[in-house]
Design a protein around this ligand. Structure first.
Ligand code: DSN
Length: 429
């Protein structure tokens, strides 16, 4: 994409980043490449506008078009995920989660969520977060790391003991499908709000290749819009219930959840919505509603399954033994005696980007953990298919083997670069 800017320094850095993305392969499972339309909406004049409030209920003038943009984003998100309500204003996933906590909980209330070390997310109660200081998080884990099965008996035992106000199903480093029916049965037994954080798999749900928690009676789903969903960097909260006037405080009941959430976002936590991002979210939701997006989501999962097999065949020990979604967690410490950061750095040198990640009950510290986390959402957008996964696994293994040999790494870098030239970025098409 050509860029005309007066600020040369920034223009050069944008061009350099674009070239970096073009010349390498993005394997971080929470990243993707957006379409040209999403980029255009993000760079639009809607960034100039203040729009505190919600469509038809704003605190500033000049909202003729912002109202239409936000309403389109809301309607498309509802259609995509079968929700009664969508709040499209959260700036990202962390504020989306905080808003749900603040809508439903009092300080000191309990949330039952997945342990960070077993794949949960920081915002699901890691002690370093503000939420963990405000609320009491109780954590569940996998029963068996070799299969990834969650210990649902333990989830129920903890729920009966601690009586959580929220049961949270969701993850950022877990390669298997959750059993939402089991979570729902436990949540209903203790009268908890059922919340799913589908940030990683939103695109898979939209594309029909992962279960939708709403089909199992969940009340709220939070997500980011920039991962498998392939939209702009941002957040989204979907809910079931009655949509009321966000300017009036409703009773704290499950059916009023949509309005409680609207009020928690604005005026509770955020000021003016980022309307250029909301425009880009609306574009992404429209793209995800097209039949081609179902093919994309299915291909993400197929690619991940083959990549997992190819890595296993090369000696990578995979947490849960493989993957059922878009992500793979490999224990490179147990497999090859190196920490994940060493692997991440070696792979960066050949143009393959992924991240070091803790594995369950990791014996190594968080900054030099035992694992690497990788996934297929971005490379599938690029156009890679099952037949390319053996080559990719081969490069990953060879870069790790050659981690101290800069000459070999440089050669591999050239190989990766000439291979990826046949897969243009969406913004180049
Ligand atoms: N940082 C995101 C991820 O990589 O999974 C989650 O917030």
């Amino acid at each position: 994409m050509s860029l005309v800017m007066n600020d040369e320094q920034i223009a050069n850095l944008i061009a350099a980043e674009e070239q970096r993305q073009r010349d390498g392969l993005e394997l971080i499972p929470s990243e993707n490449y957006v379409s040209r339309d999403v980029l255009t909406a993000l760079g639009s004049v809607f960034t100039n506008k203040y729009s505190e409030g919600y469509p038809g209920r704003r605190y500033y003038g000049g909202q003729e078009f912002t109202d239409q943009i936000e309403q389109l984003a809301i309607d498309r998100a509802k259609q995509l995920f079968g929700a009664d309500h969508a709040n499209v204003q959260p700036h990202s996933g962390a504020p989306a989660n905080e808003a749900v906590y603040s809508a439903w909980l009092q300080p000191g209330d309990t949330v039952l969520a997945m342990d960070l070390s077993h794949g949960g997310h920081l915002t699901h109660g890691a002690p370093v977060t503000r939420s963990a200081q405000l609320y009491n998080f109780v954590r569940y884990k996998m029963k068996d790391i070799s299969t990834g099965e969650i210990d649902y008996d333990e989830v129920r035992r903890l729920a009966l003991e601690h009586r959580p106000k929220i049961i949270l199903a969701g993850f950022s480093a877990y390669p298997r499908e959750l059993d939402y029916a089991k979570f729902a049965a436990i949540g209903n037994e203790v009268g908890a709000l059922l919340m799913a954080d589908m940030a990683h798999i939103a695109g898979l749900i939209a594309g029909g290749v992962a279960q939708n928690p709403f089909d199992y009676g969940f009340h709220v789903i939070t997500t980011t819009t920039h991962k498998t969903l392939r939209g702009p960097r941002g957040g989204l909260i979907l809910s079931k219930g009655i949509v009321g006037n966000p300017l009036k405080k409703p009773e704290k009941t499950l059916e009023n959840i949509p309005t409680l959430i609207d009020r928690a976002i604005f005026p509770g936590m955020q000021g003016g919505p980022h309307m250029h991002v909301i425009a880009a979210k609306a574009v992404a939701f429209h793209e995800a509603l097209q039949p081609e997006f179902r093919d994309y989501a299915a291909q993400v999962v197929k690619n991940a399954a083959v990549l997992a097999d190819e890595l296993s065949a090369r000696g990578f020990q995979l947490v849960t033994g493989g993957t059922s979604n878009h992500l793979i967690l490999a224990d490179v410490y147990r497999s090859f005696g190196i920490d994940g950061k060493v692997a991440e750095v070696a792979l960066d040198k050949i143009g393959l980007t992924l991240n070091a990640n803790a594995v369950p009950d990791d014996p190594l510290p968080p900054f030099k953990p035992s694992g690497i986390r990788l996934g297929t959402p971005a490379i599938t957008t690029r156009g890679l298919r099952e037949e390319h996964m053996a080559q990719l696994a081969d490069w990953i293994k060879r870069a790790i083997d050659a981690r101290d040999n800069d000459e070999t790494l440089a050669r591999l870098r050239d190989d990766v670069k000439s291979f990826v030239a046949q897969f243009p970025l969406p913004s180049d098409r």
